[in-house]
Design a protein around this ligand. Sequence first.
Ligand code: NAD
Length: 483
Amino acid sequence: MQTQPTASHFINGAYVEDTNGTPIDVIYPATGEKIAMVYAATPAIIEQALTAARDAQAAWGAMTGTERGRILRRAADIMRERNHDLSILETYDTGKPYQETSVADATSGADALEYFGGMAATLTGEHIQLGEDWVYTRREPLGVCVGIGAWNYPTQIACWKGAPALACGNSIIFKPSETTPLSALKVAEILVQAGLPAGLYNVVQGMGEVGAALVTDPRVDKVSLTGSVPTGRKVYAAAADGMKHVTMELGGKSPIIVFEDADIENAVSGAIVGNFYSSGQVCSNGTRVFVHTDIKEAFLKRLAERLDNAVIGDPMDPDTSFGPMVSKRQLDIVLGYIDKGKAEGARLVYGGNAIDGKGFYMQPTVFADVTDDMTIAREEIFGPVLSVLDFTDEDDVMARANDTEFGLAAGVFTRDLSRAHRVAANFQAGTCYINTYNDAPVEAPFGGMKNSGVGRENSKAAIEHYSQLKSVYVRMGDMEAPF
Ligand code: NAD
C-alpha cells in the first residue's frame, strides 16, 4: 500500500505542499521503519487554510440542512466501502491491529458522518409566544472551527469533530497529531468526493505550535481538542483570550469497581477491554480496577489466564489482538511508570517488560496491591498497565474512586441492580458503565468531568457545541418609550 500521501496538507479541496515546513517522519510502530514523511505547516500554509475556511463557510451555512446532510451521508457510505484500505492505513499510522482498526476507526468515523448527516435536516430554532408578541430563535453556525487530534484514534477524531461541525454549517481546519498524520487526509479526500464544497474541511500538519497558531487566530470561532490535560490547559487558556467556544476531550485515570457479587468473567472482560484494547492507549481506560477482597485472587487468576490468550505480533495479521505502542517515546514513558510501580511497592503479577525485536512492543502488564497514593494509581499512563486495588466497603471505594483530578469514565460490575445505579449516580465521571466498559456509540454523549474536559462529543449534545442560538424579538403593536 502507498503510505506516502500526495502532499502534506489538504486545503480548499486539494492537496498542497510547502517543503519549507519542518519535516515530520511517519514511523510504522510495528517495525520502527519510516513509511512516509510530511512537512509541518508554515505560516503561509496556515494562512491558506484560514482563508479557505473563512471564505467557504458562509455559503455552506446558508444551505439547507438536508443538502448538507446528504453530502455527509454520502461520505459515510464511501468510508464504509473503503473500510479495508482505510483500516490498513490506520494500522500503519498507529500500529493498532487490523483486527481493531477494521471495526473501530473508519467505521466509527462513518457512524459520525451518518448520524450528524441525518441530524443536519432536523436542526431548528424555536418559537416563543409572549402575549401577542413573540420571539423566535435561529440556530446558527459558529463559523470556522479548529480540530486538534491525539494519535490514538486519528480517523475517528477527524470525523467526530468534522461531522458535527459541518452538519451545523461550519467549516473546519483539522490538525492531526504529528505522530499520526496520514488518515485525516483521507477523510478530507472522501468528503470532497462526496460533494463537499472546497474549503470546508481542511487538514494541516504540524506540532503544537501549528495548533497554537490556529487557536490564537482571530478568524477562528471554535476549538475542539483531543489531547492531554496539560495541552488542554494551554489550548483552553489561549481560546479564552479570544472568547472562543471550546470542546476539550482530555485524559483520564478512570476507575472500575468490581463488587463481590459480580460475574467474574464479565468483570475480567471489562478490565481487559478497558486496559488493553489499542495496547492501552485509550483515554477512557479504567486503569484503577478496585476489586473486592473476597474475589480478588479469583479475579487475578482469571485475568492472567485470559491475558495468556492475547495474540501479540504483526498488526496486519487479522489474528493479532495486541499491537505495539504508537512510538518509542510512548513505550519509554510506559516502561518508566512500570519501574515506578515496582519501586513504590506494587506487586507485578503479569508482564512488565518491553518485547525484544523490531517495533515498540511491550507486554500487557498487571499490578496488584496498588494503593491510592502510588504514582501508577494517580497519573495517566496511556499504556497497557492495569492496577488492581483492594476494597471491602462501598462508601469507602466510592470516595477513593472519585478521589482524582480526572473524571472521564467509570465502570461498575455487580449483579445488584440498586447498587449499580447508585454507584453510577455517585461517580464523578462523564461516561459511566454498568457491567460493560468502553462502549462509545455515536448516539450517546461522550466527554469528561473535572480536569478531563469541557463539552461533549457525539449525540445531540454535540450540536450545542457547534452552533449558537440567536433570539429574534418581534413586536406586533407599537413600541413604547419613556420619552
Ligand atoms: P497531546 O496533548 O500531547 O497532543 C494532542 C494534540 O495537541 C496534538 O495534535 C498536539 O500537536 C497538539 N498540541 C500540543 N500542544 C499544543 C498547543 N500548545 N496548542 C495547540 N495544540 C497543541 O496528546 P497526545 O499525546 O497526542 O494524546 C494522548 C492524550 O490524549 C492522552 O492524555 C489521552 O487521554 C488524550 N485523549 C483523550 C480523548 C478523549 O476523548 N477524552 C481521546 C483520545 C486521547
